[in-house]
Design a protein around this ligand. Sequence first.
Ligand code: SAM
Ligand code: SF4
Ligand code: SF4
Length: 409
Amino acid sequence: MSQRCEGAKPPSLTTPSDPGRIEGMSERIIPLLDQRHQSLAMKIPTTPLPGEGLLRDQLHRPLRDLRISVTDRCNFRCNYCMPKEVFDSQYTYLPHGDLLSFEEITRVARVFVGLGVRKLRLTGGEPLLRKNLEVLIEQLAALRTPDGQPLDLTLTTNGSLLKRKAQDLRRAGLQRVTVSLDGIDDAVFRAMNDVDFPVSDVLEGIAAARDAGLGLDAHGRFSHLKINMVVKRTTNLDQILPMARHFHGSGMTLRFIEYMDVGTTNGWRMDDVLPSAEVIRLLQTEFPLVALEPSAPGETAQRWGYANALGRHDPALGEVGVISSVTQAFCHDCNRARLSTEGKLYLCLFAGQGHDLRDLLRNQATDEQLKAAIGQVWQQRDDRYSELRGRHTPGPAAPRRVEMSYIGG
Ligand code: SAM
Ligand code: SF4
Ligand code: SF4
């Protein structure tokens, strides 16, 4: 996606500033205020929706991308997402009966496709922990757009189970995966996942994904096999260059994500955010890079290609991307909706409440009624949290947000 930020002033790149800073917050884990039980009822409207392709929210953004969380559980405890002080043995996950079944998820996805969605991303928690996920993938892979095209179907995973599952996922119809990996040094990676998980197992998972053909592009390269690294200035800044060296020449796409203030438990502070501009500057000390055009409208990453001796992008060397959610917010073309594990519809990663779709689903709403209800919610959407980040009330009075492990990344 393009990264211009309308209305938001990026913080200085060299002197981090924090509009919402609380002294001492980086060391502190804020207790979870459970937002999962808050929800908004969905109504079936009587007014007709605009035709296919014309649905727009209040900021004229279409609905194109649906992220589906299939579990709120995870086997990692990345401290920026599920700090183990909060997500401990006492933490109550959603009971199985609350989760949407595969049939319910597929039905909702079909309705979303009728509203303009062209990309489905399975996420979580750790999606590969959901039993028989291949069955869901098979069902989703069979969906078609109104003009008969397959959807862009993908999944984000921490890679821990990928070695075992890559072939089955591909056979079920998954086209590509994004693997999260926050460092290539084993000690750093073990500290980031906070469950002492070795980096070698994730690397084997990535190799298995490649061997299964996940992420293969039309040119026989693996540019659609993406590796995501969340950068925390205090924790894994020294992993940026080693990660780039490791994936350079693989044809895979390595992306650096700015650490975000999602949820309320990770003790986020601006000083921990390394602006993407600094990431690019650092990479350029070793690799010549050329800026690339976005590959699709609403793309979250700004793309850079590794250049050859002539200064031109050499696709065989691969590319890197930066996702500047904090310093260059991209709300103005955000076309994403999120479906939580138990069927709540969220319109923004930073929302405090979801819309209760499961209630409609389980109370005999027809597909047309579901479509009208979702369409109405989308038409009323005006979220742009990241563009307004600096204006939000900091501290305990700040509006509560759901956790990322619950609605998915
Ligand atoms: N467990 C899977 C994984 O880690 O890939 C999928 C779910 S995870 C919530 C999805 C993505 O969100 C991951 O790439 C993760 O690194 C990213 N993420 C989680 N918390 C984040 C934060 N505070 N800031 C930026 N990215 C975050
Ligand atoms: Fe789990 Fe993914 Fe969150 Fe890490 S980022 S704790 S792997 S859900
Ligand atoms: Fe979209 Fe909300 Fe993120 Fe803005 S802050 S890009 S509206 S999810």
